[in-house]
Design a protein around this ligand. Structure first.
Ligand code: SF4
Length: 523
């Protein structure tokens, strides 16, 4: 969910209005990193298919970003405000202000050649050079471990935006050492040295990455090339979701298959001339492997197991249309089965609900452990009640099912926040218990295939005939409802959150039962 927190803030709206002009903006670079197709579709895609209303969760993030930016700017106090007026006026004033050595400029406009950048701030540094500053309501680095001295890496999508501003500054004749600053959610000013190397695997500088992405975006924006959609997790919050999904279905594009993303699809296109799921069915893996032995660049990254898996999925998707469990799954036979799902707001690192659908000797019931206030006390109390409930069950006579790794990683963070509730050892022992099962990672992903394009809980449970009672069930919307509930204290919103969570828990149960049922079918 980290990328939720990095949704562009205020100036994205402003910059969107410039899309019809052929400038390269920071937002376009950000979009390209999120999805290489987005830039082309925004410029040349069927505009009538683009969803016009902003997703309420995306809106929440924008609002939060704007609010945070206002807070930071308010505290800074002394700056030249260039946020109003036409772009031309603002550009002229920005240049004049920098020539006059104005210490701090808010929302100045930098335009040069194909570049257009509006950094949140442009600051005169002690060495007399100007540096761009962007205010972000996310962490300034990624992979930061709060319990170690490791600093984490610079974020690529922040770096390319800072690079565009510095590029514009340099081209406009203002000296800059290819450095800028990210003012992050914790108030840290993280220096982005764009000459630094990204990492051991990507041995290029952030500046080189910027140049590469800028060139690709330039080619797309100018219409010299186009590229294709590819369904991925990021699509869910994109206004082109319906449009791209329709394209993938109508084109029979291989990304319609689970786990065939953009890079695998592009290799299938380029090396095998395979453009449709239908074409995958006639591939002969032995022949392809022979060819691969002779040419190391052929089917790079696609080995025999991956190709066999893709062909198998294409066959299930297109021909048999039946789910498959490859090896028999032995679910534990316990008196109590718990189907468990949490709701949390990663933008505030707050867990507001631990939901459990319990199937026990006395029947079925839903239990919720909910924080009804946005306070640490409320969060801690809800978590503490959850563990009291777990400890109240007959030990060694219950099993737990959850879907994917989010619950485990979030609980590890909660344990560090509230070590008095449960020790690290107890928590690890809980998740290490073979009766506590990550249904997606350990069973669905490794040992099953389904005739649908996504193995998300929603897609698979719906395939099994389960339907959510909410019209628009989504984790992102649950976060938006929770924030609205905190503001308005409207119990209807809380009920909606609980109903949605209960259905997520029940969906996990339906899926587990379906796997058991398939296990028992002898074909
Ligand atoms: S829906 Fe997905 S593929 Fe289409 S533009 Fe958006 S992110 Fe890209």
């Amino acid at each position: 969910m980290e990328n939720f927190m990095d949704v562009q803030n205020s100036h994205i709206v402003e910059e969107l209005s410039l899309l019809k002009f052929m400038h390269i903006t920071a937002s376009k670079l950000y979009d390209y990193i999120q999805c290489p197709h987005r830039v082309w579709r925004d410029t040349y895609g069927p505009q009538e298919e683009k969803i016009k209303e902003v997703n309420p969760f995306v809106q929440l993030l924008w609002d939060r970003g704007v609010l945070y930016e206002k807070e930071v700017i308010f505290k800074i106090g002394n700056y030249l405000d260039l946020s109003k007026g036409s772009f031309e006026e603002r550009f002229n004033k920005t240049i004049e202000a920098m020539k006059n050595k104005t210490p701090l400029i808010y929302h100045g406009v930098l335009i040069k050649d194909e570049l257009l950048g509006i950094p949140d701030l442009i600051q005169l540094m002690p060495d007399g050079k100007y540096a761009p500053i962007d205010i972000k309501s996310g962490m300034g680095r990624e992979g930061v471990d709060e319990n170690s001295d490791e600093n984490g890496k610079l974020k690529e999508h922040y770096a390319v935006q800072i690079a565009l501003y510095t590029d514009a500054l340099i081209r406009l004749g203002f000296e800059n050492d290819k450095k800028g600053i990210i003012h992050d959610i914790h108030g840290n000013q993280v220096v982005y040295d764009l000459n630094s190397i990204i990492g051991k695997i990507k041995k290029i500088s952030y500046w080189d990455l910027y140049k590469d992405i800028k060139n690709k975006v330039g080619i797309l924006v100018s219409g010299q090339a186009n590229n294709k959609p590819a369904m991925a997790g990021v699509c869910k919050l994109c206004p082109w979701y319906d449009s791209c999904k329709k394209w993938v279905e109508e084109s029979d594009d291989p990304t319609g298959l689970f786990y065939v993303g953009r890079s695998k699809r592009d290799i299938l296109n380029e090396d095998l001339n395979v453009f449709k799921i239908e074409d995958i069915l006639s591939l002969n893996v032995d022949d392809l492997m022979e060819q691969k032995k002779k040419d190391k660049t052929y089917l790079k990254g696609l080995g025999r197991p991956t190709l066999e898996k893709i062909i198998m999925r294409a066959n299930i998707f297109r021909n048999t249309k039946q789910p498959v469990v490859y090896n028999e799954v032995n679910f534990p036979n316990m008196s109590y089965e718990l189907f468990f799902d949490i709701e949390d707001d990663p933008t505030q690192e707050f867990v507001y609900l631990h939901g459990v659908y319990e199937r026990g000797p006395k029947g079925e019931r839903f239990l919720d452990f909910t924080a009804k206030n946005l306070t640490q006390e409320a969060e801690k109390e809800a978590w503490s009640k959850f563990w009291k409930y777990i400890k109240s069950l007959p030990q060694d006579d219950f099993s737990v099912y959850y879907y994917a790794s989010h619950e485990k990683s979030t609980y590890r963070k909660l344990q560090k926040k509230y070590p008095e509730i449960i020790t690290e050892n107890e928590l690890e022992n809980f998740f290490d218990n073979p009766h506590v099962i990550d249904l997606y990672t350990n069973i669905i992903f490794k040992n099953t295939d389904w005739p649908v394009g996504s193995y998300s809980l929603k897609a698979l449970a719906q395939y099994c005939g389960f339907f959510w009672r909410d019209e628009t069930p989504s984790g992102a919307l649950s976060i938006q409802w929770f924030n609205e509930y905190i503001e308005k204290k409207d119990n209807k919103l809380l009920e909606r959150i609980l109903l949605y969570n209960e259905d997520d828990c029940k969906a996990t149960m339906v899926l587990k039962d379906k796997i058991k049922e398939i296990n028992n079918i002898v074909y």
